[in-house]
Design a protein around this ligand. Structure first.
Ligand code: FES
Ligand SMILES: [Fe+2]
Length: 317
C-alpha cells in the first residue's frame, strides 16, 4: 500500500499496554511489527516477518536474560537490533529490520522509518505535566480508512446522532475555532437533558457530567485528539489516538488522563469513566463501519469547516 501521511509521528502504544516480556503485533501503514517491553522497561520493536521462513515473530517468545525474541516456527532467536543470537557473537549484522521507536512519557512513538515531517506533539507533554494516567481504554481496530476515522474526531454534529443516548446531549455550540497549522483548538458548549435517577444508575457517567458543559478540544494532527472537560469529580483529558494499520483499517485507543483531588472519587468513578470512553469508541466505530462509499455531500451542517479543515490537511500532506 501507499503509506498514509509518511513522516507523521504515530503513537503506537502506551507502556502500560505492553506488559512485560510479552510480544505484541502492531500493524502500521501496511507493515507488521513485533514490539515488546522487558522487565527493565526497555521497549524493542522488529519487523514481524521472520527472515528464515516468514513466520510471525509476534507468536514467539521473549528470553528475559538476553532480551531476545524466538521465532515460533524453528526457534531462531533475534536480539532487539535484529541480529541472530548464536552465542558466539561473531556475526553482528542485523538480518531483520528493527523499527525505530521513541519512548517519551511512557508513550511509544514511531515514524516507521520515514523522514520526520512533524515533531512529537507538545500537547502530550502538556498533559503529562498536569494530569495522571487513569488507564487505557477503547482499544480497537476499526474497519474504515484513516481519513473517515479522523474526520469523525473533527465532526461537531455527530454527537446528535452517534452519541445521542450516551451523554443525552441536546445541543452543541462551537464558540471558537482556532487553527494553527497542524494544531487546532476548539471551544465547545454542550447542553444535556435532565437525567432521572434510574438513568444515572444505568449509566453512572451521566451523574458525572453537569447539565451545561464547556469543553476544550485540542488536536495534534494527525494522531491526537484531546477532549478536556471539567467535571465535579475532577478534570479529564481524554486523549484519542489514531494510526493507519492498512488502507482500510485504523487503530484507535484512548489514554484517559485525570486530575482528581479526592482519591475516593477516583476509585469510585475510574471504571465508569473508562467504560464511557470505550462506549464512545464503539459508537464511533459503528458509525464509521456502516458508511457507504463517500460522495460529495448535498447538504451542509454548521461547524463542518472544522472537519473539512482536517480533510484539507490530510490531502495537502
Ligand atoms: S521461520 Fe522463523 S525460525 Fe524458521
Ligand atoms: Fe465520536
Amino acid at each position: 500500500m501507499q503509506p498514509i501521511l509518511p513522516g507523521a509521528p504515530w503513537l503506537i502504544a502506551h507502556r502500560s499496554m505492553l506488559g512485560v516480556n510479552r510480544p505484541h503485533k502492531i500493524t502500521l501503514n501496511g507493515r507488521d511489527y513485533v514490539i515488546w517491553q522487558n522487565q527493565k522497561g526497555e521497549v524493542s520493536a522488529l519487523d514481524n516477518i521472520c527472515p528464515h521462513m516468514q513466520a510471525p515473530l509476534s507468536d514467539g517468545w521473549i528470553c528475559q536474560e538476553r532480551n531476545t525474541i524466538t521465532c515460533p516456527f524453528h526457534a531462531l532467536e533475534f536480539d532487539s537490533k535484529g541480529r541472530l543470537e548464536r552465542g558466539d557473537k561473531e556475526d553482528t549484522q542485523p538480518i531483520t529490520q528493527p523499527l525505530e521507536i521513541i519512548v517519551k512519557n511512557d508513550c511509544v512513538w514511531t515514524y516507521a522509518g520515514f523522514e520526520p515531517r512533524l515533531p512529537i506533539p507538545e500537547l502530550h507533554q502538556k498533559i503529562v505535566d498536569e494530569y495522571e494516567l487513569l488507564g487505557v481504554t477503547g482499544e480497537k481496530s476499526i474497519q474504515g480508512s484513516f481519513l473517515s476515522n479522523l474526520m469523525v474526531n473533527y465532526d461537531y454534529n455527530h454527537q446528535n446522532g452517534t452519541h445521542k443516548e450516551l451523554f443525552r446531549i441536546t445541543s452543541c455550540h462551537v464558540s471558537s475555532f482556532e487553527k494553527n497549522g497542524y494544531y487546532t483548538k476548539i471551544q465547545q458548549e454542550l447542553t444535556r437533558a435532565d437525567n432521572t435517577f434510574t438513568e444515572i444508575i444505568k449509566n453512572p457517567v451521566l451523574g458525572i457530567f453537569p447539565k451545561n458543559l464547556s469543553n476544550t478540544l485540542e488536536y495534534a494532527f494527525p494522531s491526537t485528539t484531546v477532549f478536556f472537560a471539567k467535571t465535579p469529580i475532577g478534570d479529564i483529558a481524554q486523549t484519542h489516538l489514531l494510526y493507519p494499520e492498512t488502507e482500510n483499517r485504523t487503530k484507535t485507543f484512548i489514554l484517559m488522563y485525570v486530575k482528581v483531588n479526592n482519591p475516593v472519587m477516583k476509585f469510585l468513578f475510574k471504571n465508569s469513566v473508562l467504560q464511557a470512553g470505550a462506549r464512545v469508541i464503539e459508537q464511533d466505530t459503528g458509525a464509521v463501519e456502516s458508511l457507504y462509499p463517500r460522495e460529495k455531500p448535498k447538504i451542509r451542517l454548521p461547524n463542518e469547516e472544522i472537519m473539512f479543515y482536517a480533510e484539507e490537511l490530510y490531502h495537502d500532506w
